[in-house]
Design a protein around this ligand. Sequence first.
Ligand SMILES: *Cc1c(COP(=O)(O)O)cnc(C)c1O
Length: 366
Amino acid sequence: MIPRNRRVIDLTNIENNMKLLRSATPPQAKMMAVVKADGYGHGAAEAAEAAIRGGADMLAVASVSEGKELRDKGIGIPILVLGAVTHYDVKSGVESHLIQTVCSEEMVRWCEEEAAALQQQAEVHLKIDTGMGRIGIATEEQRDRILAVLDECSHVRMTGAFTHFADADGDEDGISYTRRQFQRFRELTAPLPSDVILHCCNSAAIHRFPEMALDMVRAGISLYGYPPVPTETELLPCMTWSATISYIKELPPGSFVSYGRTYRNDQTIRAATITCGYGDGYFRSAGAKGYVLIAGKRAKIIGRVCMDQMMADITDIDNVSVGDEAIMIGRSGSEKITAEDLASWAGTISYEILLSSGSRVERIFR
Ligand SMILES: *Cc1c(COP(=O)(O)O)cnc(C)c1O
């Protein structure tokens, strides 16, 4: 039997997307697969393994606990924690052989203390802020002080340095801002030893600025088939999301549907109730503009999305029965709804849609 609400993950598409990104990236650059936030909702370990099959050299996560989870599942390739190292997590990060991100002298000292106590080497990448305004050292003075501290710390090895673009998917202004960020990154990293891996490209920059690939690129959203800028690389989405029609009824003219009675029909309609609501991760705000796919056709959502159910108008769709599938993200016949469509109805971005799964939604891997 098929669960009432499910997200089906196509791991072959993740693997193929990684291969496509690999071939679109200059060969000297290593490929980092970003699998933070549970692999953008696709399952961190499963997405990581698929990306490794597709040629990923390294992985990136947001926190030590995300990295440790991958280690516990037997993943051995280098893993970078993108967030700044915290005093709370540093020990566990060293123990799990994660590469931690440093951007202050204090952070380097935490790594040194824990690594010395564990009689291990801590590996770190230096984060440089070139215009994102989030984390990272931003001046030559800060850089030189941190390099001096690193020199004193025999248990800490800096193997990489990176920056993050704020507007690589932006308009013309965003493009010139990205070029300035890149230039600044080159200036601030110029004195670093040549074996330090330099990396700055996120998905948008991978597509737009292959000349900025340097020693490694960090592929997130594009790995999951949602490139944030137009590209000729034929990446495929890796997630479909569907639920079940639990009830079908005919509503006479003047009937109301759902909370607040925001929907009222003028003519007789047929309505389907679907086992998906905001408790499953459907954005309540998407209800007013949204559709689902039923039997190869678009069915308009009517009335407010509830916690566990929503209703759709199936008056013009023939041969629909209880138990049939309703698709929130995916294809049916010649119709499709992407995470980007759903994002535009909800007023957000595809990233947030991919991550929105409720805990009761079953994940199925293909
Ligand atoms: C999340 C993240 C990425 C990946 O970004 P995408 O736009 O999903 O490719 C890359 N680098 C850093 C530092 C990040 O936080």
